[in-house]
Design a protein around this ligand. Sequence first.
Ligand code: BTN
Length: 268
Amino acid sequence: MEGSDDSVFKARLTKMLSASKLVKSIHYFESIDSTQDYANSLPHDKSLHGTLIVAKNQKMGKGRIGRSWISPHGGLWMSIVLVPDFSINNLLFTQFIGALAVAEAINEITEISCRLKWPNDVLIDGKKVCGILVDVNLESEKKTIILGIGLNANVESSLINNSINCDFKATSLKEEYGNDIDLVDITDSIINKIEYYYYNLLRTGKSTEILDRWKQQSDIFKRRAIVYDGTQKFSGEVIDLDNNGSLIMRLDDSSIKKIIYFNNVSFS
Ligand code: BTN
């Protein structure tokens, strides 16, 4: 494989991320079932912090709430393991960090402005270009987080939209930008931004900057939404995010309800 696109990709990625404070090691796969499952299968201790798993394609990519995630060649499929020292309340902030980092990296490289949809979608023109999956492992001695990022970079969105598992309208960066995106450049940019927000949160213990920036890039507020919490269905208007990143809604009976990450929400 020497000199192949894959080895060049890996070598460039390793070189670019060698300056990163966050990434300590890179596991690279041409093909894997799921970078998220692979990260989950590693022994979870402090030494895993900063492990980045990148794959060119996933055969069994995982989406949120048990969905599958179509991951053909050309996309950016990666998971990064974080072993933070911050409070458990902050663990789910990593999903906001992930979405913000991707939106800002896309803007830096293509000048396209993305919008964010709670809890984890990055949209261009109302179509999903990236999803974020956060797995939190509370059992190991150190709490570990696996931040999974699925970016439809250089893929044909029809492959995703034609899949029976797709319940949203997808797009790809290549289709929106009109050109292929350099996967190493965009990975580097995303990692730099995750690093910035992550160490800020760690240093200050404050999530205000992350939430404020997230809110500025989202248009879910004042919109109607339907929430499924597994057994019940609610509808109402989105009014805010609380300090933990949960969604605050005013339901149709005027009661206020807090919606957590694990609920399924659709916005109209
Ligand atoms: C979503 O449902 O919006 C989240 C999708 C997350 C997909 C990424 S791709 C890399 C990582 N590995 C997986 O199996 N899933 C996440």
